[in-house]
Design a protein around this ligand. Structure first.
Ligand SMILES: Nc1ncnc2c1ncn2[C@@H]1O[C@H](COP(=O)(O)OP(=O)(O)OP(=O)(O)O)[C@@H](O)[C@H]1O
Ligand SMILES: [Mg+2]
Length: 315
């Protein structure tokens, strides 16, 4: 059944909350930081609307959902795209069977009126015009104005929001006045080995230990080499490897072969040799890709590819 609410004589149909599990494994600190943003410490205090940044598939959306679950509030996810118009973000008119216009409240507006949490997901994809409509919401005013429905919608006291952003290139420049309203920046990093193994096991509890370990080792090596393979990539590789194994379980070298095949099928040939990929990436980026401190782990001290060796040449 669709829920409604009436604001200034205009009836709005509400959106549905997200019902995913939102389980966040490991990395307590970043979860605490997000929950701190949403805390109010005094009657006169206001919550913050942080920006959650990190590479694709690292867990930004999952983190925000988990924080919403921790606060026991309904979570609404608004998927931002390059085509998102201000009315999509707020209220859209729909023609009802009766021939009358009905209004549909976006997940954002639903969270505002219900006192829920809104995740503006992949906010970097949204254009400036749409962002502009959110300026009053993201500061002390805490309201939006729907031009289409002709109403001003005030946020419930318990309304909270966060914006997730990828740092990939397929994005708009977000205007400064919006960036200054969406602070602080919380950066999600890759999980440690034990946490990453636990995440893989949580999503694929039926996976063989050997397959789990291969995947966790691959991801950890990729993180150490500063390559952008994410937990999500690992989940996909592992899932496909398990399916291939299930088709032919008795093959003597089955597991290794199926895992290697899944790796290449999901992530491409280049994923099969991470050292080589890291070196090529380093060369194209002029040495910026490998973190200096980690260089010693992966290159011989005498290796001309060692980051420090290159530095010496320049001097
Ligand atoms: N700490 C974690 N606990 C549980 N699951 C996790 C964790 N980190 C990542 N995952 C899992 O990894 C996958 C990718 O996470 P998610 O979709 O949140 O990433 P994202 O950063 O939002 O990606 P994108 O930038 O593409 O939107 C999901 O299946 C998610 O459940
Ligand atoms: Mg996401």
């Amino acid at each position: 059944m669709i829920e409604h609410i009436e604001i200034d004589g205009v009836q709005l149909n509400l959106s549905r909350p997200d019902d995913s599990a939102g389980e966040w494994i490991g990395q307590r600190e970043i979860l605490k930081q997000l929950l701190a943003c949403w805390l109010t410490v005094d009657e006169r205090d206001l919550p913050l609307a942080p920006r959650i940044v990190g590479t694709p598939g690292i867990g930004k959306t999952t983190l925000a959902v988990a924080a919403g679950r921790a606060r026991q509030q309904p979570v609404y996810i608004y998927q931002c795209t390059a085509d998102t118009r201000p009315e999509d973000l707020l209220v859209t008119p729909v023609l009802a069977e009766s021939g009358r216009i009905k209004y549909h409240a976006s997940p954002l507006v639903t969270a505002m009126v219900r006192g829920g949490i809104c995740i503006l997901d992949e906010g970097n994809r949204m254009n400036e015009k749409s962002w502009a409509s959110l300026a009053p919401l993201l500061d002390h005013r805490r309201y939006v104005e729907s031009i289409v429905a002709g109403i001003t919608i005030h946020a419930h006291r318990d309304f909270r929001c966060a914006v997730t952003m990828n740092d990939d290139e397929s994005t708009f420049e977000i205007p400064d006045y919006i960036l200054s309203r969406s602070q602080p920046t919380l950066t999600v990093g890759h999980p440690q080995r034990d946490d990453e193994l636990a995440i893989l096991r949580y999503h694929l509890p039926f996976a063989e230990a050997e397959m789990l370990n291969l995947t966790a080792a691959f991801l950890q090596q990729a993180h150490e080499l500063n390559l952008d393979y994410s937990t999500r990539d690992g989940i996909h590789v592992l899932r496909y490897a398990m399916k291939r194994l299930a088709q032919d379980p008795s093959h003597p070298v089955g597991k290794d072969r199926d895992w290697a095949e899944a790796l290449i099928a999901c992530l491409g040939e280049e994923a099969a040799d991470l050292q080589d990929l890291a070196e090529r990436k380093r060369r194209t980026l002029g040495g910026q890709a490998t973190p200096m401190g980690l260089g010693d782990f992966f290159f011989d001290p005498d290796d001309p590819l060692h980051p420090d060796a290159e530095e010496d040449d320049d001097e």
